[in-house]
Design a protein around this ligand. Structure first.
Ligand code: HSE
Length: 442
């Protein structure tokens, strides 16, 4: 651990976009209060950003465009990486850790996909790699899972963890706005990723869920095994039909511990309007966590935006300042919460999960169509909970079916057969439906 800073903690920031800029501003605005909390003044002494001119931030000693200059600056104690993406972020973080500097990153892709390697470099160098801001913006969910709930065996967690996606679905539901129009607004407000397909196709949420699942269950980071489905296929009609049935469609990240392994999946989900998550709208995020001692707990707040995300970055800075004040030689809290991971816990393939399902089928309004659909479902041992036939749209009639709990593999077989029926047009919309009772894991 770098203990050179006796009378202040010296920070270097790499990347001055939404999060980096928000962090700089927050440190300036709340600096005096933060020093009282830490016992150590905190100063930003270096900033690197793509188009930053030397001297353009007069109160900061070193400014420029090269993040490696920050990672190699001998006076910097903590590097804050808010560049995003892998290149050059990965090498910058690696270099800083190897130089014995603590690193704070808001980069969920980096942690979810390459975190294992970086955490081990941090451990070798006895420094902290912190990433509270990488998951759910301003909500301290990493600390909650890793520290506050550390006594529990976590059974499951489920959350709205992409602000942009939630903003889009909420606006579509409340104001019947078009998907593209709402996405543009989310971009203008600084919620969306540089590449907004990361938000709407579920990749951003999958990065966050990968990190939470690892901390919750004590398993390695396994982004490649996380099932990912985004919101781009959710239609305004499905939002309306679900609402009529008493459900809200939310884009959820779900991680669940079962005897056969763990489920780690991101997809649109029907949840009861009575579920606490159903009323979480706009850019807000919320995560329900069920532990075997505490039961269910809920964490909610802003999941994106400059100040909210900076709140989490600066909380990590404060942790490090407190370490420094206490004269601690090495980090005591493992980055992912476990000193030793559970090995060989399989991540279940999506075909092997069980769920209830919402199906929307466009079919000809003819005698016998419904009987054919029912008989296929029956043959695949899928029990129907509710069926509603909506008003015809041109010559087709939308049929909405809710199933009881079934194996996804069985449902896939039934859907393939139903889609082959002459009287069924277009592909069938299928959305998983979750109840989230206080169901336990093992
Ligand atoms: N694009 C992300 C979101 C930002 O919308 O949630 C915070 O990770």
């Amino acid at each position: 651990m770098n203990s050179s800073a006796a009378n202040s903690l010296k920070l270097g920031i790499c990347g001055l976009g939404t999060v980096g800029g928000g962090t700089l501003a927050l440190l300036e605005n709340n600096g005096a209060e933060i020093s009282l909390r830490t016992g150590l003044p905190i100063e930003v002494i270096a900033v690197a950003s793509r188009s930053l001119q030397p001297g353009s931030l007069p109160h900061i000693a070193n400014t420029g465009t090269d993040p490696f200059a920050v990672a190699n600056d001998p006076d910097v104690d903590v590097v804050i990486e808010t560049i995003g993406g892998f290149d050059p972020a990965f090498e910058v973080v690696k270099q800083a850790l190897s130089n014995g500097k603590h690193v704070i990153t808001a980069n969920k892709a980096l942690i979810a996909e390459r975190g294992g390697e970086l955490i081990s470099i941090a451990a070798t160098n006895n420094v902290i790699l912190a990433f509270e801001s990488a998951v759910a913006g301003g909500i301290p969910i990493i600390k909650a899972l890793r520290e506050g709930l550390a006594a529990n065996k976590i059974n499951w967690l489920a959350g709205i963890i992409n602000g942009t996606g939630n903003f889009i679905l909420s606006e579509m539901a409340a104001k019947q706005r078009q998907f593209v129009d709402v996405l543009l607004e989310a971009q203008e407000l600084g919620y969306a990723e540089a590449d907004p397909t990361f938000d709407v196709e579920g990749i951003d949420a999958a990065h966050k869920l990968t990190i939470m699942a690892s901390i919750a269950f004590g398993i390695p980071l396994q982004f490649e095994k996380t099932y990912i489905e985004g919101i781009s296929q959710v239609s305004p009609e499905d939002i309306i039909y679900a609402k009529e049935l008493g459900y809200t469609i939310k884009h959820l990240g779900i991680a669940r511990l079962l005897e056969a392994g763990v489920e780690i999946r991101v997809h649109p989900t029907l949840i009861s309007n009575k579920n606490l998550l159903a009323s979480v709208n706009g850019v807000s995020n919320a995560i329900l966590v069920n532990g075997n001692a505490v039961g269910s707990t809920l964490y909610s707040g802003p999941g994106a935006g400059a100040e909210a995300t900076a709140s989490s970055v600066v909380a990590d800075v404060i942790d490090i300042a407190r370490y420094q004040t206490a004269g601690m030689e090495k980090p005591v809290i493992p980055a992912l919460g476990y000193l030793k991971h559970h090995e060989n816990v399989p991540v279940l393939k999506i075909e092997n999960i069980r769920s209830e399902y919402y199906l929307r089928i466009f079919a000809k309004d003819k005698v016998g169509v419904m009987a054919n659909i029912s008989s296929i479902l029956q043959r695949h041992e899928i029990s129907i909970e509710a069926v509603i036939q909506k008003e015809a749209i041109s010559e087709n009639v939308p049929i909405v079916i809710l199933t009881h709990n079934t194996l996804e593999k069985q449902l896939n077989g039934a859907i393939a057969e139903i889609e082959q029926l002459d009287d069924v047009s277009e592909s069938i919309a299928r959305i998983r439906l979750e109840a989230f009772d206080d169901e336990g894991g093992s």
